[in-house]
Write a protein that binds this ligand. Structure first.
Ligand code: NCD
Length: 330
């Protein structure tokens, strides 16, 4: 793996390997001293051309816990949203010797341009490009699902080595604007899960027929056969028209309240990538309920991003300490 641009590029074994590595690294976050020397001397640059709180902080924490030097550049605005702006920025990064560049950009395909146009020598990680993809979010979601739904055998923790074969994942809401939905659909399919998208017809993208998913307009019909219910944010900032009659009508048909949640199978979990519109796609009492793993998704995000950076930057720890940490404990 040279870059992480799309979950569609990952084989089942590569994806499982990332999840297993994250499982090892999750333990680091639970120690009093949350740091490994693995990426000492390496430079990770976070380039955020679009607003982000949790993803930016998560990548920063991940790189720092691996002892990398971290430079974060936040520049939201039109002057950097064109190809040239990106190119110049990339050349600057190259001159600074970045080993990995984590990019979030409002233009779909920006990280691919960085990776393929030889503007940047380092590894490129897509941290969300337009409405296209958000691969580390999908990986942390899959990681969270596996921890809850797949039992490890006597020797293994939380389904190490396993995929999500046969699990039913229902993704609900604004699929049209969601890079999280696309990355999840591709990855979950690779991991053997069945994916159903539930949305009003106006919020399903053109071409969804070619995705490896089923689609439906009926949330009530979908809840009973669901292991994971993933609610998506209604992305009003990307809407240039009205896609549904009113917020109230949307919530009534596509929102998750306690009555709907109670119709899920007992073991089912509720997810949301954040930030939530409480009261719109999810009620506050559902978001804060025992079935919600939303806070855990954030915690797991750091471990998954540590795994991605570790594997991209060679996966060859430079110190014995790091080697024993990566190999120990399985
Ligand atoms: C998502 C994103 O930015 O695509 N959020 C995130 O990364 N935590 C989803 C969203 O904005 O709704």
């Amino acid at each position: 793996m040279k870059h992480l641009l799309s979950t569609g590029d990952l084989t089942r074994d590569e994806a499982v390997h990332i999840l297993d590595t994250a499982e090892e690294l999750l333990g680091v976050a639970q120690r009093p001293i949350k740091k490994l020397p693995t990426l000492r001397g390496r430079t990770v640059v976070n380039l955020f051309f679009e607003d982000s709180t949790r993803t930016r902080i998560s990548f920063e924490a991940a790189a720092k816990r691996l002892s990398a030097d971290v430079i974060t550049f936040s520049a939201k605005g039109s002057s950097t949203s064109k190809g040239e702006g990106l190119k110049d920025t990339a050349l600057t990064l190259q001159a600074m010797g970045a080993d990995a560049v984590v990019v979030r950009h409002s233009a779909s395909g920006a990280p691919h341009r960085l990776a393929h146009a030889q503007w940047s020598r380092g590894a490129v990680v897509n941290a969300g490009d337009g409405t296209h993809e958000h691969p580390t979010q999908a990986l942390l979601d899959a990681f969270t699902m596996r921890r809850h739904l797949v039992e490890g055998d006597r020797h293994q923790r939380a389904g190490v080595g396993a995929d999500l074969a046969g699990k039913h994942v229902t993704i609900v809401g604004d699929v049209l604007h969601s890079r999280v939905a696309r990355s999840n659909a591709l990855l979950l399919h690779t991991l053997g899960a069945h994916v159903r998208l539930v949305a009003p017809p106006t919020l399903l993208p053109v071409g969804v027929d070619s995705w490896p998913v089923e689609t439906s307009y009926d949330l009530d019909a979908a809840v009973e056969k669901t292991d994971v219910l993933m609610m998506l944010r209604v992305q009003e900032e990307r809407m240039n028209a009205s896609y549904f009659p009113s917020a109230r009508e949307y919530s009534r048909r596509f929102g998750l309240d306690v009555a709907r949640m109670n119709r899920l199978p007992e073991h089912a979990i509720v997810m949301h990538p954040g930030p939530m519109n409480r009261g719109m796609e999810i009620t506050a009492d559902v978001a804060d309920s025992e079935r919600s793993v939303i806070v855990e998704q954030v915690t797991n995000g750091v471990a998954v991003r540590m795994a991605v950076l570790y594997l991209l930057l060679g996966g060859a720890p430079t110190s014995d300490d790091a080697v024993s940490t990566m190999e120990g404990g399985a």
